[in-house]
Design a protein around this ligand. Structure first.
Ligand SMILES: *[C@@H]1O[C@H](CO)[C@@H](O)[C@H](O)[C@H]1NC(C)=O
Length: 345
């Protein structure tokens, strides 16, 4: 092994997933990854995270992985740096003019992007960028000191990531809390006096999937649905995930979920507010939710009614689905996501 110098040693930020899984013969701790493993048969390196096992579901689809660093200033002016890990599938299509890449934002907060990876299969040709937001998955999880976690900080991290990777023209996709993050990102971009290129040519359109406008309202709504069914388990089977057993993608996401800044409790006060009067126009949006979703009609109504500063918000209800349409009915979901984005390529 010592005599062998595969090219990936020179490019530790890039790993390729091989199409055939063979035994992993070596494991090395490498900066930027928790661990790299090497498939001796295929002569390829794989990234293996501290939590994440490599599963073979996406093998055969090329992927660049790496980390970027983000900063936080504590109240006493101390600056700390943390790593955020990303995966970019089909990297060679990142600058495609025919089919702009998708930037995918996971929910929770702190339920990492594992459960969104099936997007790669159901949108079969676009480049798709996933990252784990600070506090979960393969990214760092600092404890929740003042100044570390907030929606605003998470928007800043997304800006850093896009700049770092040179993602200039893309569609934004957010699931659940990820949609809140997407909205706040668009709002911040639209409020900038000087277009920094991320908003202008940058974001083409956005999908908010099962994203509520108001956290207190969604909590009330969920509580009343639980009461009607008389059981939290039945609530989950009816309004959160109508597919059994739990898909591996979701099992993985929960296994590597963060605890420092987790769930609706972390954003209990969040209520979306409209962009300021002098903001530029927000990008066109598609608001999705499942027919049985605990994110009910009233929970999404304000996106169209009062929050967007254009009339270009479409709504779509996914028949037979609840909160995880992507996992519950992949073909339907993929067709809707891809055809919406195609309109705005
Ligand atoms: C600033 O605050 C952090 C966390 O509260 C603490 O660990 C650090 O020592 C402080 N630094 C200074 C210079 O006071």
């Amino acid at each position: 092994m010592h005599a062998f110098r595969p090219p990936w040693l020179l490019m530790p930020m890039i790993a390729v997933l091989c199409s055939r899984v063979h035994s992993f013969s070596h494991a090395f701790p490498v900066h930027g990854f928790r661990q790299l493993v090497f498939c001796s048969h295929c002569q390829l390196a794989f990234a293996k995270t501290s939590g994440g096992e490599i599963t073979d579901s996406y093998h055969g689809i090329s992927c660049n992985m790496g980390t970027i660093s983000v900063r936080r200033m504590l109240p006493n002016a101390t600056i700390l740096e943390f790593d955020i890990a990303y995966k970019l599938y089909r990297p060679s299509s990142l600058s495609s003019r025919q089919a702009a890449p998708i930037v995918a934002l996971h929910g929770g907060p702190s339920v990492p992007s594992n459960y969104l990876l099936p997007l790669v299969r159901i949108v079969p040709y676009r480049s798709i960028l996933f990252y784990d937001q600070l506090g979960c998955g393969t990214s760092d999880e600092p404890k929740a000191d003042d100044g570390i976690y907030s929606v605003g900080n998470a928007v800043g991290d997304l800006e850093v990531l896009l700049k770092h990777l040179g993602v200039r023209r893309f569609h934004l996709y957010g699931q659940s809390f990820g949609g809140i993050l997407a909205y706040e990102f668009l709002k911040r971009q639209a409020s900038k006096e000087v277009d920094d290129g991320i908003a202008g040519e940058g974001c083409r359109s956005v999908i908010l999937s099962s994203t509520p406008t108001n956290v207190m309202q969604i909590e009330d709504e969920a509580r009343s649905l639980v009461e009607k069914l008389d059981s939290p388990d039945l609530f989950r089977e009816t309004h959160q995930r109508r597919i059994s057993p739990m898909p591996q993608a979701l099992t993985d996401a929960y296994a590597y979920a963060g605890t420092a800044w987790r769930g609706t409790g972390a954003i209990a006060d969040y209520k979306a507010t409209p962009p300021s009067a002098n903001s530029r126009k927000l990008r066109s949006a598609l608001v999705l939710r499942g027919e049985h979703d605990f994110v009910t009609e009233v929970c999404v109504a304000d996106w169209k009614r009062s929050l967007w500063n254009t009339p270009y918000v479409r709504e779509r209800v996914l028949d037979g689905c609840s909160h995880h349409g992507l996992l519950e009915n992949g073909p339907l979901y993929g067709e809707i996501v891809d055809s919406f984005f195609t309109e705005y390529d």
